[in-house]
Design a protein around this ligand. Structure first.
Ligand SMILES: Cc1ncc(COP(=O)(O)O)c(C=O)c1O
Length: 427
């Protein structure tokens, strides 16, 4: 264990961390190969609504306790289908948290809707329901919430606003497979739930197959629109329609194809098999790591709402650096010192989207001055979302580990403690 009197690594001392690699958990590659090989032998390489793909959808839907579940090629396309399903179109506004990944937002913009950015809560980093309600106008067509980094949004408050204003809710659960709010899995509380399955474990989405997504709803009329939008030629498609005008569309529906590749689904299915176990391990290790930032007092871990239970943990564990506790030491300098000790820690993760050029200035999306980000689009300036802008620079990420090497978390805590003990030398 390093001593606190040791020089900082940034200043030529020995790094506090010596244990590597941090993660001992190995993905079940043999099981992936077995399933992928089976599907290749069966020539099951393009399928929807039948066989393995359908079984996995049914299993995922049953695990969530939801009536309808379909796989798609990306999480982004599930969001596009969700926005379409709830009726988002040209001239509409969609409420989004300003802090998320652009794929939560862009699909609605491409349907012709204008994004309206909302503040995040400075403790949970997810959308602030009170701020969101203030931004509702007669043109608001949808509330889009993101259970960011696995931390569930305050769904009681969101659903209360949604019901009072009769606005549908799309839940982006890309980071939060298995997270719950008041005992219900996220994705099943709003009108449509969307899950990305991008990346690979460990480190990718909690259920991941390279690329892929799952879209879920309990509402037959939304399901019909999801099916018609991106699932042409799906087996049994016409039977999924509940209204005559959709039946009349037949097997080609509305002509888009968002279905998933079966081989990606196979890898995702294997990932799904270990999800609950991995979620539990990461949650336990988060508790262990929580002792470290508290001890150094320079970082506050992101908190959850009383009824919320984090899971999924995409993007790592999040904390908020408190520079005033280390004499005003800038976050970049703190991060550099921590990293020099061999402790992985990143900052921010995502930009604030209202300040990205695309949304700050607007863009002539369709050409000729048409589209949601031109005309009377006012754009955004620094200072428009002061709460989010104040917390954003100090957001830091810790590794979300499943099976850390023995002593790793303790060394990690010691590295943070060492930097905190020496902060004056960094000022
Ligand atoms: C919050 C969020 N929403 C949506 C997506 C889009 O998912 P995909 O990459 O599967 O299209 C991502 C991807 O990282 C994401 O982080």
């Amino acid at each position: 264990m390093p001593t606190l009197t040791e020089k900082l690594a940034l200043q030529g001392g020995a790094p506090a961390m010596t244990i590597t690699p941090a993660e001992r958990w190995q993905p079940p590659v043999e099981r992936e190969i077995e399933l992928v090989s089976r599907l290749i032998r069966e020539r099951y390489l393009s399928a929807a609504g039948r066989g393995f793909a359908r079984e996995f959808e049914d299993e995922f839907g049953a695990w969530l306790g939801v009536k309808h579940c379909a796989s798609q090629n990306t999480g982004t396309s599930t969001l596009q289908a969700a926005y379409f399903a709830v009726g988002v179109g040209p001239g509409d506004e969609v409420l989004h948290p300003c802090y998320t990944w652009i794929c939560s937002i862009a699909p609605a913009v491409h349907l012709g809707a204008r994004p309206v950015f909302c503040e995040i809560d400075a403790d949970t980093l997810v959308i602030d329901p009170a701020d969101m309600e203030r931004r509702i106008t007669p043109r608001t067509r949808c509330i889009s919430v993101v259970h960011l980094f696995g931390n569930p949004v305050d769904m009681d408050a969101i659903m209360d606003v949604a019901r009072r204003h009769r606005i549908p809710v799309v839940e982006d659960c890309s980071h939060a497979h298995g997270a719950t709010y008041d005992g219900r899995k996220v994705g099943t509380i709003g009108d449509v739930g969307c899950f990305s399955m991008q990346g690979t474990n460990p480190g990718g989405k909690a259920v991941s197959g390279g690329e892929g997504g799952m879209i879920v709803t309990n509402e037959d009329h939304l399901w019909e629109r999801i099916m018609a939008y991106g699932h042409l030629n799906r087996k049994g498609l016409v039977d999924e329609y509940v209204s005559p005008e959709y039946r009349a569309l037949g097997e080609t529906g509305l002509g888009l194809k968002f279905r998933a590749h079966p081989l990606a689904l196979a890898v995702a299915k294997v990932s799904f098999e270990t999800l609950e176990w991995r979620n539990q391990r990461i949650a336990e290790n988060r508790q262990r790591l929580a002792a470290a930032p508290e001890r150094v007092t320079a970082i506050t871990l992101v908190t959850s709402y009383a009824k919320a239970h984090m899971a999924g943990f995409y993007g790592g564990l999040k904390g908020i650096y408190q520079p005033e506790r280390l004499g005003g030491l800038p976050v970049e300098r703190f991060l550099a010192a921590v990293r020099a000790e061999g402790a992985p820690m990143n900052g921010r993760a995502y930009d604030l989207h209202h300040l990205l050029p695309l949304f700050a200035r607007g863009f002539d999306l369709y050409g000729g001055g048409r589209g949601p980000l031109t005309g009377d689009y006012r754009g955004y300036r620094p200072g428009d979302l002061p709460v989010s802008e104040a917390v954003h620079p100090n957001i830091v990420s810790f590794p979300a580990l499943i099976d850390p090497a023995p002593g790793y978390l303790e060394q990690y805590g010691a590295a943070l403690e060492k930097v905190a003990a020496h902060y004056r030398e960094l000022l």
